[in-house]
Design a protein. Structure first.
Length: 185
């Protein structure tokens, strides 16, 4: 199948202002936001489905808690999406309204995933999409994550986490790709 032959929805995961808070620690991929903006613009120019996903934190002090500035989408995430999914867990498939049902009703067979964070909500959404049989394009350079401390106390860098996510997804759950490749679709 050639690029663009299958109908793919762009899934923009959790691109919210709360992730700009320094409490998250060092992050990778400073080009993430500009890459996501380019994908949104391209999908709209091509009149393709765009889905925004928003994380509404259930934690009382969460950075993404509803009705707080951190819950808002970043300024470049503009316009009305074809669907807005609101969730409080790691997968866009476990939010409201039901993403899988909407994709099926719209006869969309593929997803192009971008957003925050690479190894949490983006990866989890990609894994579930792959298990549901969708053709998943995971746009690694249109995601970012943060350094994490492992159970042994060792810091795992955001770049290492992104590489591991790519290895976890490739050929089993998704095709790991780039913004430049998606802009040619």
């Amino acid at each position: 199948m050639q690029p663009g032959e299958m109908r793919h929805a762009l899934i923009v995961v959790d691109v919210q202002k709360g992730f700009d808070d320094p409490v998250w620690g060092p992050r990778n991929n400073p080009a993430c936001e500009s890459n996501i903006a380019a994908l949104i613009q391209h999908w709209r120019v091509k009149d393709r489905a765009v889905v925004f996903v928003r994380h509404d934190s259930a934690a009382p002090t969460g950075r993404l808690k509803p009705a707080t500035p951190g819950n808002q989408f970043k300024d470049f995430v503009q316009g009305k999406p074809d669907l807005l999914v609101v969730k409080s867990v790691n997968s866009a498939f476990h939010g409201e309204p039901d993403l899988h049902a909407w994709l099926q009703a719209a006869d969309l067979k593929g997803l192009v995933i971008c957003g925050i964070t690479t190894n949490h909500c983006c990866e989890t959404t990609a894994r579930i999409a792959g298990n549901l049989g969708y053709d998943v394009q995971f746009v690694l350079d249109a995601t970012h994550t943060f350094d994490r401390r492992g159970p042994d106390g060792t810091v795992i860098t955001a770049d290492d986490l992104a590489r591991v996510t790519a290895a976890n997804l490739q050929d089993e759950f998704a095709t790991v790709t780039t913004t430049a490749a998606m802009l040619r679709w």
